[in-house]
Structure formats: structure tokens, C-alpha cells
Design a protein around this ligand. Structure first.
Ligand code: HEM
Length: 473
């Protein structure tokens, strides 16, 4: 009996771990050597902490007198993100790096301001609203494929392509069609912003005031000016249209933000809050999803048996037609591959919190001011939490199996009340874009040995990801 290529794939290949990331031990004399640590962390945060956090539930260090803990005990993670969440506000330097762009939007706000915004924006992310965005998502992918079809470049760096694609999806779903903005310039402004302010920054760590002109801040200024100006204009135009003729306004996230009212007190958002949240949705939703797509395509190229199985699912569920929102639940294996890709390469690799008052985590007393790093990257590769963590195995997420995973051991979208508000949007988007791209093209990484995961705020392939694209027959 002849076997399919997937089934005949030697067990050796199925058991081949993903490319290792090297974990040199922290520079001597350890964490006190601040310059060496920051240099290493700026180069790549993934390798800054040595190997210990991947084997220990909690690693406690201190930097310039500030306790910094890396927490990978799922019960302690649960206490930080859920059970005692009020004691662990977002804090520290990650917030300080994001605030200049996203202001006091949902991602960075705290306390009552966050609670109010979350209540008010939640209806925009309801299931039926997200389902209605499916055609815009596949249309963006189709448009990209049309451009690829008309240009015979066999090799492309798909990292910027995925960034453009997810930016296009957001601009169609946030601003809707018909809003005049230059997608290339806007995309570049966001990229510049994340490239500069997104890096680990000593100024932010030391909590230097905003007016201190660090190199990163100076480089980011034109990007900040550009997108505040553009988005301010778009918001003003839409507000004017809503006042003239509300029925003429597109049903996109911007209209939802401008017309949303607090379900408890009926208060709407002011322009500043709408602008901050538009920038937040694009900032939080574009690079993360692009990276999820990039890493999924990379793994499918590295493990052809998984690609073969995705193909057979796409053939049987879609039979060549465009995927719809209803198909997302049927493309179970494609989704499993995506979830396994976000385990191995979580698009948001580090979440930061700061203890407000004393507490206890994993039996250790926590002092106020302690910085807590909850890292999806470390948790998802922790030796005590996963069988063979470096093995690519989408079966971990098969129905009936994924229930065995501790809820706080797998957190690509965070957890607790501050869980990603765009999670369902992103999952639907990623499955639809993958289905659209993979039906048309086979993607093969040109130099797999050069692929280098790199963490700033998101987890990107440093130097890009050049792939050979072949049209499927
Ligand atoms: C694969 C794609 C995505 C990943 C992996 C991701 C990941 C995350 C994570 C880990 C958090 C929690 C951060 C923390 O607790 O410190 C978060 C929050 C957030 N995300 Fe996403 N995200 C994705 C896509 C999106 C999209 C598409 C949007 C919007 C359209 C979005 C909007 C937000 C917002 C507004 C928050 C803050 C929520 C709050 O604090 O209430 N994200 N995301």
C-alpha cells in the first residue's frame, strides 16, 4: 500500500527539534554588571537571562537594587494575572516605551481608566462583529496574492510582506474603505516606532522623564508626529460624517469607538481616547499577527509533513474556494499548527508587571516595587511544563489533548482581565490569511540556518525571512 508523503515522513524528522536558541550564561559578574546586561538584552532579550529560567519555577535577581523576578510557575502566573491582579499593575519600562505612541489607550491605561475603556470597547470585539470582518481579511490576502502572481520574483522576504498584509487588514477593519491614508507611509511609521522605542531602553528602565532626548526617542519622533497627525485627521473626518449622516458611516472599528458608550453610565469616548485606541489597535494588532504568520510559515517549511496535512485539510474543507468565517472552526489542524507556532514563537514574548504591595509568590515574599517578568517565550519552552518543549508538535493542541495544558502555562494572548481584547479577531484573521496564502503558494525558507528569533516588544525574525514561493498546481 502506498503511503502519503506525510505519513511516510521518517520518525526522525517528526522528532527533529526546532532550531536551538543559544542561552549563554549571563555575563560575569552576573546581573550586577548593568552595562553588559543591557548590551546583551538590547541585542536579544531572549538570550539575556541564561538557561536557568527554563528549568526553575521562579528566578529572583536584582538590577540596580530593583528586584526582578522571572516567574514561570503557572500557579504564580495565575496569581499575578488573575487572582491578585490588582496588586500587579502593568508597570516598568515596557509601559514607558509604549506610552508616547498609544497614550492612555487600552493597552497602557491602568485602574479606573482601563476598566472604563475595556467595558466601552468590548462590544466592538463581539463574535458577530468579528465574523463580519472576515471578507475584509480575505480580500487583503487576495490583493497581496494578486500582486505576487503578477510579479515572478520567486524569492521574497515574507517578514515585511506579512507586516503590510496585517496592516492592510487593520486599516480595512479599523478605518474601513474610503478613508484616505497612505498605507505605505503609515506602515513605515509604525515600523520605525517599534524599531526604535520598541527596544529595551536604559532610559525607560531608569524611568527618565519623557523630555530626556534619548537616541531611541529622537528617532521615533517623526513617526509619532506622523501617525498622531494622520489618525487625528481620520477621527475628525469620521466624527463630522457621523454628525452629518450616521447611516453613511462604514461599520468599522472607528465608527464603533466613536459611537460606543459605557454600558453602565452611557459616557462616550472623547477624541483623544479614540485616537489613542486606534493607535493601540494598530500597534498591538499588526506586528503581533504578522509575526504569528511568519513563524507559522517557517515551521510549515521546516516540517513538510505538517504542510501536507494542512493542504489536505484545506482541500477537503474548502476545495479551492475562498475561506469564510464559518470555515475557521472547521480548519482544526491549521489552527493547531498556528497555536503550536505561537507556543514556540509567541509574538508577544515578555509581559511586565510591578508589585504594588507585599505578597507571596511560590512561597517567596514579594516586596513592593518588584518587577515581574511573565514570559510566554520562557513558559512555553519550560522543561517542567512541556514534554520535549523544543519539538514542533501540533498534536499538543488537538481536541481532547489541549485540555491537559495548564491554562497559565500557555499564554500567547496573556490571561486574566487584561487578556488580549483582539484574540478572537487575531485567531480568525490568522487562520483566514493562512488558508488563503497556503491554497495558492508553497513557502520554503531559503536559508533556514540563518533564521534568528529576536525579541524587542514582539518576536521577529532578525534580518527577515526570505522564502521561495512556488505556485501550487
Ligand atoms: C497573534 C496576534 C496577537 C497576539 C499574540 C497578541 C498578544 C497580546 C498579549 C500577550 C496581550 C496582553 C499584554 C499584557 O498582559 O501585558 C495583548 C493585549 C492587547 N491586545 Fe493583543 N495580540 C494579538 C493581536 C491583537 C489584535 C489583532 C488587536 C486589536 C485589533 C489587539 C489588541 C490588544 C489590546 C488593545 C490589548 C490590551 C488589552 C487590555 O489591556 O485590556 N491584539 N495582546
Amino acid at each position: 500500500m502506498s503511503e502519503t508523503p506525510a505519513a511516510s515522513q521518517p520518525l526522525r524528522d517528526r522528532k527533529r527539534p526546532v532550531a536551538p536558541v543559544l542561552f549563554p550564561e549571563p555575563p560575569k559578574p552576573g546581573w550586577r554588571d548593568i552595562i553588559a546586561f543591557f548590551n546583551r538584552a538590547r541585542r536579544n532579550l531572549l538570550t539575556a537571562f541564561g538557561e536557568l529560567p527554563y528549568t526553575q519555577p521562579i528566578v529572583r535577581r536584582s538590577l540596580l537594587g530593583t528586584p526582578i523576578w522571572i516567574v514561570s510557575d503557572p500557579e504564580a502566573v495565575k496569581r499575578i494575572l488573575l487572582d491578585n491582579v490588582a496588586n500587579y499593575p502593568k508597570g516598568g519600562q515596557q509601559q514607558r516605551r509604549l506610552k508616547p505612541a498609544v497614550g492612555d489607550g487600552l493597552l497602557t491605561a491602568g485602574g479606573e481608566s482601563w476598566r472604563w475603556q475595556r467595558r466601552t470597547t468590548a462590544p466592538a470585539f463581539q463574535h458577530k462583529k468579528i465574523v463580519a470582518f472576515a471578507p475584509a481579511m480575505t480580500a487583503a490576502a487576495e490583493e497581496m496574492l494578486k500582486a505576487w502572481d503578477g510579479d515572478d520574483a520567486a524569492e521574497r522576504d515574507i517578514a515585511p510582506e506579512m507586516m503590510r498584509l496585517t496592516y492592510d487588514v487593520l486599516s480595512r477593519t479599523v478605518f474601513g474603505a474610503g478613508t484616505r491614508t497612505d498605507p505605505k507611509k503609515m506602515g513605515e511609521a509604525f515600523e520605525l516606532y517599534f524599531d526604535t522605542v520598541g527596544r529595551l531602553d536604559l532610559a525607560a528602565f531608569l524611568n527618565l522623564p519623557e523630555w530626556v532626548p534619548t537616541l531611541g526617542r529622537l528617532r521615533a519622533r517623526p513617526a509619532l508626529r506622523y501617525f498622531h497627525g494622520e489618525i487625528g485627521r481620520i477621527v475628525a473626518e469620521r466624527r463630522a460624517l457621523l454628525a452629518r449622516d450616521a447611516s453613511a458611516a462604514p461599520e468599522d472599528l472607528l465608527t464603533m469607538l466613536l459611537t460606543a458608550t459605557d454600558p453602565e453610565d452611557g459616557r462616550p469616548m472623547n477624541d483623544r481616547q479614540v485616537i489613542d485606541n486606534v493607535i493601540t489597535f494598530i500597534g498591538a494588532g499588526h506586528e503581533t499577527t504578522a509575526n504569528a504568520l511568519c513563524w507559522t510559515l517557517y515551521l510549515l517549511s521546516e516540517y513538510p509533513w505538517a504542510d501536507e496535512r494542512v493542504q489536505s485539510e484545506l482541500r477537503s474543507v474548502l476545495g479551492g474556494r475562498t475561506a469564510t468565517a464559518e470555515d475557521v472552526g472547521r480548519l482544526t489542524y491549521t489552527r493547531q499548527v498556528l497555536e503550536e507556532a505561537m507556543r514556540l514563537y509567541p509574538p508577544a514574548p515578555f509581559l511586565g508587571r510591578e508589585a504594588a504591595a507585599t505578597d507571596e509568590l511560590g512561597g517567596h515574599p514579594v516586596k513592593p516595587g518588584t518587577q515581574l517578568l511573565v514570559s510566554p517565550w520562557i513558559l512555553h519552552r519550560h522543561r517542567a511544563l512541556w514534554d520535549e518543549p523544543e519539538l514542533f508538535d501540533p498534536e499538543r493542541f488537538a481536541p481532547g489533548k489541549r485540555e491537559a495544558i495548564h491554562r497559565f502555562a500557555y499564554i500567547p494572548f496573556g490571561a486574566g482581565p487584561r487578556i488580549c481584547i483582539g484574540m478572537a479577531f487575531a485567531m480568525q484573521e490568522a487562520v483566514l490569511l493562512l488558508a488563503t496564502m497556503l491554497q495558492r503558494y508553497r513557502f520554503t525558507v531559503v536559508s533556514p540556518e540563518k533564521i534568528d528569533p529576536h525579541a524587542s516588544i514582539t518576536l521577529r525574525p532578525r534580518g527577515g525571512m526570505t522564502m521561495r514561493l512556488e505556485r501550487r498546481g
